[in-house]
Write a protein that binds this ligand. Sequence first.
Ligand SMILES: [Zn+2]
Length: 434
Amino acid sequence: MLRFLFLVCYALSGLQCGAGSSSDTLAPAAAPDPFPEAAVRASLDSYRTQTITTRRFKQSDLEPLLRALPEGFTVDTAGRSVEDRPLWRVSWGGGGTQVLLWSQMHGDEPTATAALFDLFNWLEGTEPELDSLRTLLREELHLTFLPMLNPDGAARYQRRNALGIDLNRDALHLTSPEARLLKEERDRLDAAWGFNLHDQGIYYSAGFPAERGCALSILAPAYDWEKTMGPKREDAAQLIALMNHYWQDSLPAQVGRYNDDFEPRAFGDNLQKWGTRTILIESGGLASDPEKQRIRRQNLLGIIAGLHGIATGAYESYPLADYWQIPENQSNGMHEVILENVAVERDGQTYVMDVGLRIRERTTGPDYREFTPTAYVSDLGDLHTFGAFYRYDAAGQRMELDGTLDIGAPANFKFFGLDGALLTTVIDGRLSKR
Ligand SMILES: [Zn+2]
């Protein structure tokens, strides 16, 4: 009973995801300069940007961080947004391999922006066991970052820019100044590699039937309708296989691969077409990580490993099969909570079913920083093929409805324990204290 109370309370207090299916990745055969995995993992937390702890930060929160970047970085304003906010460009390293990384082209997808600021700290860190790695990256790579490419959207915590355009469908028309900047930077650098950094919904599963959710989803996007695997797309897939090798230690079976249907208007697909080896990373969900701070850390790990793989060529030793072995993700494979086998009463009859609940956020407050999470009914019936962050066997227990259970509607019910005592009341998706 207490566990049920706990998980419902938890579910209503935040957001999550978690799960996948297994994929064994082969270790690389004798990489030229081995990745100092243990030292990198041990270093991550000390470079965390302490002033960013949640998702709903704004460009104004990042500005002091940007101004404080050490000398190793070049920072400038490369363009202006529709609402005249600066579009920042940060560069680092003196090598010949051009790597372009951009985040938050969708304003409500901030996780990787936080990770990039952590990466800035990490790149100029000092522990001796990582000096040679940093030197290698500095000498081999030239990194160009466009962090928070859609600051107007971020200001409202919305996907689209101030024109209402989805920047990731503006790669050809280039109506938006933000999209134009991204295209100009790719062309100016003729970037060899591109990291396209997003967030996705938290209820994707890694594979289906779902066991676990997608903490991260990845893709080496297609560049034509035939989904041809040209040499550069293969490189991108192999680099993803390398990154996934490291992720699997932290997120076993919780990385999913996106469907690679060609989207002719999207940036990832077009960068791949324009000759940049492009890697999509989407931050998803994890149980007990409503603000995605653990996922942020995995972004940092994956990007550092990926940069090492590029600088050394280590990705070449990862078979393409490792990429295809990553399970395809499914957008609605997960629920926040599944109450299994609960007796639902209606008009004097009792029906035993599984009840799925998910959480949605309703933005409140004038500056889009506050939100209220509410539980809604996400599915009913036999849900054994779905995953859940919290699964509870409610056999022998009953749910009394206030009205009906309607898919998509806020949850309204009373839940009774085996002894018939009232355990929980949920009103309009919120836990009610009784
Ligand atoms: Zn996105």
